[in-house]
Design a protein around this ligand. Structure first.
Ligand SMILES: [Zn+2]
Length: 384
């Protein structure tokens, strides 16, 4: 019965094409309506653009010690993906529910919304909060704003379950994700006179080479016994665009790169090293020829990871709810570290597998949805 209701909610949620580049307001209002109907106090927090919003809601009395159920409302695009059926129409085949966002992570949101009666019961023991954000897939932009607001409030939730797809396994650590766009401004000219210009592509390549040196350092810095897979902080050069033609000194280049740090120290190390390479080496050389040349760095997002802790009440709660007693670390980024950064205990556990996320024919199995409903349902009877 509950599974049927939840499946219908998931179908509705998948029907909202809430790709990160587009507005998420329709899906947020749908979720808000359901939460309000269940008696929750709902806040829709608009971003400055007016096209995006976070939702924060509370069931039960507003007091300290509450539990947050957290998910992101946005999904990745379906561009250039070969889907068997329409990605924004939920389709059931062989016990699996297909659609964009099925596992990442509308499945978990549907399980929450399908359990509101039980969660209202659970809210008698402690407040149950819902945090549904925008723009997780493009750097956790919504969650970064949300935690700033929550941090200032007199009443604070204590625990957070992030329902990212973990096949319902418990994870108490994830790497961070820091994304940067670097723009190189050179001076164009004829390729026959390279000394008179500043080749932006060339400087971008030198910058990249320095990143690769730092990547080798990160492997050496990796602490023994790191539970992450792969164990060290990783670094990726994702895109490089620049230049005009064979015989023109490239006036501009743009580079997109990221690191996935296992701790804040690695994040600081890479940032400081690359910044001093720019200041002490690249910029002086560029400006000796062209004073107008420059390198500017735009931070797309700097999301701290979830650092595994010895004491973690959110992990212990999910252990009790699911009967598991082992927690792992995931390599993909989540919003968990942001909640941890404002003093909450956070854990990641949700239906569906990351293997299916972001791909064509994304799905969540009915079995996984049942497990998620069972976990949430047990909150109604759980103590602590
Ligand atoms: Zn996700």
């Amino acid at each position: 019965m509950r599974l049927d209701t939840t499946r219908a909610i998931l179908s509705d949620l998948i029907g909202f094409p809430s790709v990160s580049s587009d507005t998420n307001l329709p899906i947020i209002h749908y979720i808000a309506d359901r939460l309000e109907a269940a008696g929750a106090a709902v806040e829709v927090m608009m971003d400055p653009s007016g096209h995006k919003a976070n939702l924060f809601a509370t069931l039960g009395e507003a007091r300290d010690g509450g539990l947050v159920l957290s998910g992101h409302s946005d999904v990745v695009p379906v561009t250039d993906q070969d889907w068997t059926s329409d990605p924004f129409t939920m389709t059931e085949r062989d016990g699996k529910l297909y659609g964009r966002g099925a596992c990442d992570m509308k499945g978990f949101i549907a399980a929450c919304l399908g359990s509101l009666d039980l969660l209202a019961e659970a809210a008698r023991t402690r407040p149950i909060h819902f945090a549904f954000t925008h723009d997780e897939e493009v750097g956790c932009l919504g969650a970064q704003e949300l935690v700033k607001i929550l941090a200032k409030r007199p009443v604070k939730p204590a625990l957070c379950i992030i329902g990212e797809p973990t096949s319902m396994q418990v994870f108490d650590g994830n790497k961070g994700c820091c994304e940067y766009t670097v723009r190189f401004e050179g001076r164009p000219g004829h390729s026959s006179a390279p000394d008179k210009g500043v080749n932006a592509v060339e400087y971008a390549v030198r910058y990249i080479n320095r990143l690769f040196e730092l990547r080798a350092e990160l492997v050496k810095r990796c602490p023994e016994g790191s539970r992450f897979d792969p164990p060290p902080t990783t670094l990726n050069v994702g895109a490089l665009r620049g230049g005009i033609s064979h015989n023109v000194i490239a006036p501009r280049a743009e580079l997109n790169w990221e690191i996935r740090p296992i701790n804040e120290a690695d994040m600081r190390f890479v940032k400081e090293e690359i910044a001093s390479f720019v200041e002490d080496t690249l910029l002086p050389e560029m400006r000796a020829i062209a004073p107008e040349a420059g390198i500017s760095t735009e931070t797309i997002g700097e999301v701290v990871g979830l650092e595994p802790m010895d004491e973690n009440a959110a992990r212990d709660l999910v252990f009790a709810l699911t009967g598991q007693n082992h927690a792992g670390c995931v390599a993909f980024n989540t919003e968990a570290g942001l909640f941890q950064s404002i003093g909450m205990d956070a854990v990641i556990c949700g239906p569906g597998s990351i293997e299916q996320a972001h791909k064509a024919d994304e799905f969540v199995s009915l079995d996984q949805m049942s497990q998620a409903l069972a976990m949430i349902g047990r909150l109604a009877s759980a103590r602590s």
